[in-house]
Ligand binder design. Sequence first.
Ligand code: UDP
Length: 412
Amino acid sequence: MTENRKPHLGDYIPVVGEAKVEELLRFGEELKGLKLQQINSARHGGGVAEMLISLIPLEESLGLNVTWDVITGDPAFFSYTKTVHNFLQGKPGSLDLVGAKAYWDTNRKNYALVNEQADVVLVHDPQPAGLITFVPDDVRRRQKWIWRCHIQTSRDACLLMNPVRSLIELYDVAIYSSTRYCTWDIAPFIILPYIDPLSEKNRDLTEAEIQTVLDRHGVGDLTEKPLITLVSRFDPFKGHAFAIESFRQVRARRPCQLLMVGGTAGDDPENELILAEIKEKISGLEDVRVLNLPADSHLDINALQRASSVILQPSVKEGFGLTVTEGLWKGKPVIGGDTGGIPAQIADGYNGYLITPGEGGVAEMAERIGFLLNNPVMAREMGRRGRETVRERFLITRGLWDEMMLLKTLTR
Ligand code: UDP
């Protein structure tokens, strides 16, 4: 589908079948005209933006009146919210008062974005979560507020994070990707994330399209050196260092190449630092490259995933891991850290492999990569199963259905 044509649900019939699309259209009838405001902190970059870009036009095509607003803030704000994010995922950090002030000042300023006429306001992740505190009582009484958590919160951190807890408990419902993340006293609703099979990131590509991308990035002969790919923001939890170490072990035994594709997100101040660390780790290593791509490089990422023999996502923490879903959808075996949302997607040995997160998983990962490269028929079968896993459970039509169900439950 081209970027400038609005998607229509009918376009999804060849992928998910007519019955599912008809069900959705009937659902849409019930919610027609509902005013929904989605609020997050980045228009591009990262999984949240990725889902909203595809979801919102479909919600509109069902007759909902949807707006999408993105809060803005300065580096002090985003640095503080990244610390909160990391803390919730279990990485120790200190939450200073200056950062807290930046948080509340920024949320207060951004309250101007809130549509007081909306029936439902859906806020994503901690950055804009504070907006709810500025809603006047009369508005709050007639609006529903939903907080969607895209991160893998650690139970211990949740116990410690009383200020965040008391903020989130102001919401009517919290959406999580797994019940294991629900530790606060708020009605939980589970929606597993999803990908859009028709987006530039995931649509089918011709061999020629794939080759053009490979040439553009100077990716060498895949027959001689099969490609192993990790697509991720340059973030401390994504496991780049473990991928490099495993690759080093595999390459000592057979030819192959590793590509780490990443980018920066406007709401993530850690990217540059982690990128510098990765560059230092791979300096002098052959057949390893890191590509820092602009946020809209969807076609390039699609092609690189399709050209790969194995996809890695050795995260230490992972809210869900859309890169895993994307790899599976492209018929590739995916090796992922056994953490967060990854085991919901990978059945170990069936459509990929789960490895111990962190340093302890490096040798396992190397062994699994080696096995897949040496057994391409098995790898292809795992890939086929992976694509079916995604078709059944992780496509946007299912995500749309889940969100409609929640909206109906809350408002009708
Ligand atoms: N992504 C991208 N460019 C990059 C890195 C990631 O477009 O340089 C995309 C990736 O393809 C996926 C999303 O960003 O769609 C990342 O989602 P995921 O759930 O894996 O991780 P998050 O970044 O949300 O922690």
